[in-house]
Design a protein around this ligand. Structure first.
Ligand code: ADP
Ligand code: MG
Length: 253
């Protein structure tokens, strides 16, 4: 079994608070691995350690089999770790179609700035590929407007489309459904299932348990900075200790 991403015995403290205690898990090549847990469990801290925004006190992070524990966020992106950011990842001054074009042009040249991207050569098949992406992500009718004019759901789909254009080797989806309407959330889950699952290994951090159980192949449950349970969705759903950990929350498991 090859692993796209491995977290090995990672610990991280903030002053007196130990946010992560000896956390380990592996993301299989081609799989969706969900990271769940109540508020304060350490999910955001773990994502920040993986993305390179925080250095762990102890432990290692491996991308494929390469140690990236102290690599910069930029180096990680170049090595193929893609993260969906919020509005910051969009070119806010350019229309939706131009955003998708630039994401596609940039996928082989992540070090180029926007000026260089705009001057780059466009292959003949390019316009069709851009059109297909806009269609698939329900953005064709909005291709001429600025990202700021999009609804919240449209903007999330644009971010996801651009992330996919960048062809990451591993994708971190950090609460992709937060703030979306039920209909927009369902559409996004469908896009991830159809366009991404099996193609790109995904680490999914999400509060929406329906989405987690729909999409995940494996689930790691964090509670108080520690791995409480790791297993298949069935194993996690039927675990008495997991149910107990969620009793204090409103989340339905
Ligand atoms: N920058 C920080 N400084 C101090 N404490 C932090 C910081 N970030 C997170 N924590 C603490 O670490 C614990 C885990 O937080 P977090 O990773 O945000 O959990 P989650 O994302 O699962 O809700 C919490 O007790 C939180 O208060
Ligand atoms: Mg969090």
């Amino acid at each position: 079994m090859t692993h796209a991403l491995t977290v090995e015995a990672v610990s991280k403290s903030f002053g007196g608070i130990q946010a992560l205690k000896d956390v380990s898990f592996s993301l299989k090549t081609g799989g969706v691995h969900a990271l769940i847990g109540p508020n304060g469990a350490g999910k955001t801290t773990l994502v920040s350690v993986i993305a390179g925004e925080l250095v762990p006190d102890t432990g290692r992070v491996l991308l494929d089999s390469r140690d990236i524990t102290s690599a910069s966020t930029h180096t990680r992106a170049r090595l193929g770790l893609g993260r969906t950011y919020q509005v910051t990842s969009l070119y806010t001054g350019l229309p939706v179609r131009r955003n998708v074009e630039l994401a596609l042009i940039g996928r082989d040249a992540p070090r180029l700035g926007i000026g260089q991207l705009l001057r780059r050569y466009r292959p003949a098949s390019f316009d069709r590929e851009v059109g297909d992406i806009l269609d698939d992500f329900g953005l064709a009718d909005h291709q001429g407007v600025l990202p700021s004019a999009l609804s919240h759901g449209d903007r999330r789909r644009l971010e996801l489309a651009m992330t996919i254009c960048a062809r990451p080797d591993v994708l971190l989806l950090d609460e992709p459904l937060a703030g979306l309407s039920h209909a927009d959330a369902e559409t996004l889950v469908g896009l991830v299932a159809e366009r991404l699952k099996g193609e790109i290994p995904i680490l999914l951090i999400e509060h929406d348990m329906d989405a987690v159980f729909d999409l995940a192949d494996d689930i790691t449950v964090l509670v108080n900075g520690e791995v409480l349970k790791a297993g298949t969705p069935e194993e996690v759903r039927s675990s008495a200790e997991v149910q107990a950990a969620y009793l204090s929350e409103d989340d339905d498991l």
